[in-house]
Design a protein around this ligand. Sequence first.
Ligand code: HXC
Length: 274
Amino acid sequence: IENLECATLELEVRDAVLTVRVHRPEALNALSPEVIAELREVFDLLRSLGRADAVGDPDWSIRGVILTGSGGRAFVAGADITRMRDMSREEVRAYTRDAQELTVWIETLPVPVVAAVNGFALGGGCELAMACDMIYASENAAFGQPEVALGLIPGFGGCVRLQQYVGIAAARELILTGRRIPAEEAQRIGLVSRVLPDTGALMGAARESIALVAAQSPTAVAAAKRAIRAAQALPTDAGLQIELEAFADRFGTPDMTEGTAAFVEKRTPRFPGL
Ligand code: HXC
């Protein structure tokens, strides 16, 4: 995956963690159609993780992804306004559909994705971060959905996911005022999981978190992600039903057999990832 030719992304694999860095220094990493296309290429490839192929076991060679921005000033400052303003309705529909689908691919990836927000996460940047499993931020990070100032509304999932993160009151307030909030406030309202002092600590924390997940059963992690997402907007009873089925499906899997055997034998599990 590292060998993909990308003009707007920097890719690096280390210790089974893929770091994807949006790199558009001239525009605070704004999401041009090329960035969306390249992110789609990367995450589309990752979607085969954990699936057995015709000849062998599932590929778990990447155990987590860190999504971040290059340059230290911005994670992603939103959709590229200069490019977007010239689009026709048809073009913007295709651009938005592609970007929304990308957020779904991120959300449904079998491995954890951590957004390491090291500066502005505005508009589409905040929406991209919200598609990730966890949002970690450096102290200088800032979040917001400023679209109404442009005569727009959030379009990459902001009207949907922000209220899931922070509740309807805070989501309305943020989207209608377009107000920008610092990392600490974003953590207080539940958008951000951890705030770290600087970019070094931020990346370290993201790696540590992925390492913790990577010590667990990868099939259980993937199943938990699926169940959480499926149950997200459902009434309690329907959600419980989904959880029940997903829980029962774990039984008899090699990972479940190994995990429970390791507990009984008082040893560290060695998960086959099946
Ligand atoms: C295009 C952008 C950009 C963007 C910044 N730049 N954000 N270009 N699209 N979203 C460019 C600036 O034009 C400038 O280019 C350079 O990056 C540096 O930005 P400055 O504005 O000079 O920096 P600063 O004064 O520090 O202000 C930073 C900022 C501001 C507060 C982040 O740039 C800003 O408000 N950006 C727009 C944020 C925004 O509205 N995002 C939502 C977009 S709509 P030059 O060439 O002048 O140096 C959206 C919709 C999603 O995301 C859904 C779509 C369907």
